[in-house]
Write a protein that binds this ligand. Structure first.
Ligand SMILES: C[S@@+](CC[C@H](N)C(=O)[O-])C[C@H]1O[C@@H](n2cnc3c(N)ncnc32)[C@H](O)[C@@H]1O
Length: 215
């Protein structure tokens, strides 16, 4: 976290208590260091799906399904459906169990496999896309995702400021050079794409929100 931890904690208190299922998942993620979105980001996803009345929702990076449940609960209200992709078989199985416990099993389709192979095979468009998978592949996802976002659709991407290291002038270990350079390029490409209107929010690990402009 690159801004005061106290601030995220304070903002979380404003959100109120998450229910026992989300709290259990937060505990599991913490225990096993599975990098899930912060509650603030989960809440943002939920809010944006609601506001955009999104119907066709796509997530890249399910893990154990924490962010998917925030999306799925909003989809329940909009009458939408979430398709989520992860290449980790074990995590997907655990996510399916959580979806069932959340009563969202009919609202979510969990695909298992490499998003880089699955995305080119998808033939429908989505009005809400959330990217939260391998940071080193963000530029590749972006190229594959552009044609899949419907006009007026939203693209939300997590970890775009990656511990704040994407901000020039910060210091980090040399092993992160490539990752950070890739994320800087990613933000530049996204922000300069005239088909999209983009902002970057410094909550969680940095979240970009883009709207596809009408043709
Ligand atoms: C940060 S976690 C996702 C967290 C989840 N969005 C949440 O907040 O609850 C990233 C996930 O992306 C998956 N992943 C990484 N590269 C992938 C790829 N190329 N295709 C599909 N899944 C991938 C990993 O297996 C991992 O479970």
């Amino acid at each position: 976290m690159f801004y005061p931890f106290e601030m995220e904690r304070y903002l979380e208190t404003l959100l109120g208590e998450r229910d026992s299922l989300l709290q259990e998942m937060e505990g599991q993620a913490l225990k096993e260091t599975i990098p899930v979105v912060t509650p603030m980001v989960g809440n943002l996803l939920n809010l944006l799906v609601h506001m955009g009345k999104a119907q066709a929702i796509l997530e890249i990076g399910t893990a154990i399904g924490y962010s998917t449940i925030w999306l799925g609960r909003a989809a329940e209200k909009t009458g939408g459906h979430v398709t989520t992709i992860d290449m980790n078989k074990d995590r997907r199985a655990r996510a399916l169990n959580y979806f069932e416990r959340a009563g969202l099993q009919n609202r979510i389709t969990a695909l298992e496999g490499d998003a880089l192979k699955i995305l080119p095979r998808l033939d429908s468009t989505f009005d809400f896309v959330f990217i939260d998978a391998a940071k080193g592949e963000y530029l590749d996802y972006l190229k594959l995702i552009y044609p899949l976002i419907a006009p007026e659709g939203l693209l939300v991407v997590d970890n775009v400021l990656f511990r704040g290291w994407v901000v020039p002038g910060t210091t980090f270990a040399p092993k992160y050079d490539r990752l950070v350079a890739g994320l800087r390029q990613f933000l530049q490409d996204l922000c300069q794409n005239s088909d999209f209107s983009t902002t970057v929010l410094p909550i969680g690990d940095g979240v970009s929100v883009s709207r596809r402009l009408s043709l």
